[in-house]
Design a protein around this ligand. Sequence first.
Ligand code: NI
Length: 151
Amino acid sequence: MAKLRIVKFGDPALRKVCRPVDEITPRICTLLDDMIETMRDAGGCGLAAPQVGVLRRIAVIEVEEGKVYELINPKIIAFSGEQTEQEGCLSNPGAYGYTKRPAAVTVRATDRHGRVYDLSGTELLARAICHECDHLDGKLYTDVQIRPADD
Ligand code: NI
């Protein structure tokens, strides 16, 4: 496994619409491993491929320690309610802002074994799912920020 460099806000990679993965190759699996290591090393709860300069629809989420979700070609298929909470991004270290997100989200994604699964989450997991899916469309939390963080 290898730690990857996380690009920062202002990098054009973060504004691109990422391409779907049509075949899960060993290279994609290595990328997933490296993204998990990079996310953990940076102390984050999610990381999207464009944040490491790879313009593919891939993200990893670990909201609860040891429970890692690998999302290949994720698509939000249901959402409901509303929550307003502080959010940050590993590509914008040290900064936070309030965003309005759905209270509950269900995403359909493929794992590294090619299995399609649905993941439902509330609270932080719902926010992480929305945040990482946004990354794959070149969207950042600051685009939907409603106010800066409290000091
Ligand atoms: Ni982010």
